[in-house]
Design a protein around this ligand. Sequence first.
Ligand SMILES: Nc1nc2c(c(=O)[nH]1)N[C@H]1C(S)=C(S)[C@@H](COP(=O)(O)O)O[C@H]1N2
Ligand SMILES: [Mo]
Length: 565
Amino acid sequence: MEISMEMDTTNRPDEWIIEQGMAGHKLPILDQSGSDTINLYPPNPTKLMKDEEAIRSVGDRDKLFARERPGWKGYVEWENYPEKKAKAHKLLTSQTFPACPDFMFGPIPPTNPVLSGDDFKAWHAAIGGEMTTVADDSWRTVLREKHPDMLHLLQFPYNGEPPKRLVTSKAITPNPLHFVRNHGGIPYIEKDKFELSLDGLVAHPKTYTLDDLMDESRFPRMEKTVTMQCSGTRRIEQIALYGGQGDEVPQAPWAEGAIGTARYVGISLKKLIKDCGGLIKPAKHLELYGAETYVKDLEVGNYVVSVPWSKVKANEVILAWEMNGEPLPKIHGYPLRVVVLGYIGARSVKWLYRIKAIENPSRAPVQTREYLYFNQQVGKYNQRPTDGIQIQEMPVSSAIMSPWTKQAIVHVGKIRCKGWAYSGGGRWPERVELSADGGFTWYSVPPENLSKKGKWTWRTWEYDLPCDVEGWIEIVCRCWDNSLNTQPLNVRAAWNWGLHVTSSAHRIKVYSINKSRETTKKRLDKYEQLGIPLAPLTRYETVPGQTPEEYERYWKEHDPRDVDE
Ligand SMILES: Nc1nc2c(c(=O)[nH]1)N[C@H]1C(S)=C(S)[C@@H](COP(=O)(O)O)O[C@H]1N2
Ligand SMILES: [Mo]
């Protein structure tokens, strides 16, 4: 009789995986608000809808959403034209788009780019006009300007970071390796056609060409080495624990590389405001406009945030055209970007074309509905944007770039570690500490093993961490800044629904193989003689730890397991 492997079962084939929480996206929500528990299953993919008549009624998209100015490819002005915004919104709400893959509860695709951003691509295509080629143009620029080894977390809007081995290979990040965080496309603005306007609550609104800004007889140069950090850095550690709401869908699953350091050249925004006769009452904030198109909750606009006047007044807001001795790369904001010292990256607006003096912080979505720090127990259905703290300065943080989690390391009592440490708001790392025992005992990295300190920069570091034991250990890294702030010890202590600011001590689990131990050394030598590879760790041991004779001898010479009364 033939035995069939197939069983007559009503289980799903992936039942065990679902029960074990490895496919959370397939789980029903349990509704226990009544006396019976009801399973709420995700609906079958809803049929896509497209109201052709409504779309036609909006009008000719090529005319409506045409290029705003010659020489400004990919720039459509939205903020000045509410009717145009309303029309784009109508287009996006007169049809539905395929849902993006849920990687927070389901598996992250093993691809590069990791996520494609199909929704953003579809929205741009649906708007049409100048937006039609934006997604393709963006990817072409990535391939031209970025290092071939970049990890592309999201293809469009482009979000990418260097792999761990390249994050801290230099204290100043080479431009092709600097992370990129975009909310939309990459406008191509010709230098000679470029203009920046400064308006709103200033005495004399003006516009400037790039040559005006570069005229040293009018504006003194400012040059600074600055670390830029996205507040989403290390988000993957929060996602690994619980899904949350990032600042967009799909959220970039950032690792430790959404941080980079560069030397910027430009002028202080304060001087430009002075050139416009200064602020007039009641101005207290500067709204900064980036030229690309951003779609948030199916509303269309330009990228807009603001910084307080106090920050500008302190000469801590630079308008920069040079990055590490080169004109700004297109992907980093060519021809002009803002660099806000010590604030999260989100305030450092790229493709800057307008500055407006205003009374209150900007009401634009990136300022008010993103980059918020919620508390842990703000859930999806009870969160309000006003519950979140608008993130400005990053707290002190650090990360281990080498070794990597799950790596086995053969060493002679010390494990070579590398990483970075950073603190926001003009504070800097004073001490970096490492622990090889999960955070019970700490060694300080000797000061000479840290890169030079600077008010606005990270410090890269290297250290041979003493480790006596063998087997799985947890290496932890934490930093103390010059104000003696330090990091929470675990992710959950600072987990937040918004998935921003993962600043807890960085933890990695590695397998220690300590050759300074006699037995280990002998065994490894034997492996070498016999030509047996060490990897993988789970391989069946072909060289036994003891010979049968050694085993016998031991029990002849020692007490047995049980005792005689
Ligand atoms: N115009 C514009 N400026 C922008 C963004 C953007 O999407 N559009 N992203 C911001 C965010 S969230 C970050 S972290 C930094 C990243 O700068 P980089 O891409 O040059 O590394 O740019 C900021 N400036
Ligand atoms: Mo960011």
